[in-house]
Design a protein around this ligand. Structure first.
Ligand code: MN
Ligand code: MN
Length: 366
């Protein structure tokens, strides 16, 4: 078994868990090396304390799974077979009594949970595997870091393209399309989430929807996007000005930048997440904009664009070497302006590595 599976098995032994049945594509990928989106079909990875793990997936994907390097049993089911019976048979070959089963409670739907209860009437307890999976994924290894670094470099490039597309009268969607067109030419097949290009009043909403709004002089253009490389995500935000902006807009921009730099300054092993959040938040609050910064400072980044650690003002979790997360303070004043600056950072032994490198000083496109 690979090192990740061994760690999960060790946790199962400590907690007396007989079977761990994982169903989310992200966690199955993390442990098996095989990624697939099975849509409505079943995808599962069963892990045991000592016995051999197995994958269950649609038969048509069996070959892909084999080629991904998975060296253990694969159960492929056709559209006319009942995959649950096959799961039960394979578990029964390994165990006589599955009394305690770990599942992903946030992912496994009720129908599937009922299916499992029927198959394993001896199961007395269903516990959550999510917390353990989050902590396994929290520290990134060299291969994961390499993918995130590449994804971050492509995100920088995407902002560069976006900046060159800022012109009077262009719509948010036109600029967005140009960015994604250029990325696809570079071989990017997937974004971390729906790309955001927001201007004018739309930028004053932390989660706006790009549309037909046209860029005009005196407005900010906010880009929030990410690129997926080898299944790992990046996430960057830059806010650029088009034409001359007001003193108030400048003050908001300067405050966000000062806050972002203060948070970066605070990152090193041993510092609690809360301290990093508060380093930025206190700058924004002192400038009088506290109520206009309505979200946490940042989130972990990896296979999922939002994972652990959660960088909030109350999270006591201490930073450790190998964690990767975003720093993204923002100020959104309805009717005035919205500014957010977001970088991806990696905690190192001595401090941090900033993965996204596009310049942050106020850029005014003429
Ligand atoms: Mn973002
Ligand atoms: Mn983010």
């Amino acid at each position: 078994m690979n090192e990740r599976l061994q760690k999960l098995s060790a946790w199962m032994k400590e907690n007396g868990i007989d079977v761990c049945f994982l169903t989310s594509p992200d966690n199955v990928f993390y442990l098996s090396g095989y990624f697939t989106d099975p849509h409505e079909r079943l995808l599962g990875l069963a892990v045991f304390q000592n016995e051999e793990p197995f994958l269950v997936l649609p038969a048509m994907e069996k070959n892909d799974a084999l080629q991904s390097g998975w060296g253990h049993e694969i159960i492929g089911f056709t559209d006319t077979e009942n995959p649950w019976e096959m799961v039960h048979n394979s578990v029964s070959k390994r165990l006589t009594n599955a009394a305690k089963i770990a599942i992903e409670k946030e992912h496994l739907n009720v129908e599937r949970y009922e299916e499992l209860m029927k198959l394993f009437p001896e199961a007395k307890q269903f516990v959550s595997a999510e917390e353990k999976m989050r902590s396994l994924r929290l520290i990134k290894d060299e291969r994961e870091l390499k993918a995130i670094r590449e994804a971050a470099a492509l995100a920088d490039y995407a902002i560069e393209v976006g900046a060159s597309e800022i012109k009077e009268g262009k719509t948010e969607l036109e600029v967005l399309a140009a960015i994604e067109f250029e990325l696809k030419k570079k071989g990017v097949s997937q974004m971390s989430f729906s790309t955001m290009v927001l201007t004018g009043q739309n930028a004053a909403s932390p989660h706006g929807n790009p549309g037909q709004t046209k860029i005009k002089k005196g407005d900010f253009v906010l880009f929030d996007l990410g690129v997926v490389v080898d299944r790992y995500c990046s996430d960057i935000t830059r806010t650029l000005a088009y034409g001359d902006i007001s003193d108030k807009q400048k003050e908001i921009y300067d405050t966000v930048l000062k806050a972002e730099l203060a948070a970066i300054e605070a990152v090193k092993p041993g510092t609690p997440c809360s301290t990093v959040d508060l380093a930025a938040r206190s700058v924004i609050t002192a400038a009088g904009y506290g109520e206009y910064f309505p979200h946490r400072l940042g989130h972990g980044l990896g296979i999922n664009v939002h994972e652990y650690p959660s960088v909030t003002e109350t999270n006591p979790l201490k930073l450790e070497e190998g964690m990767v997360f975003t720093i993204e303070p923002g100020i959104y004043v309805p009717g005035v302006a919205g500014v957010r600056i977001e970088d991806d950072v990696h905690v190192t032994a001595s401090g941090l590595e900033i993965l996204t490198k596009y310049p942050k000083e106020l850029q005014i496109i003429k």
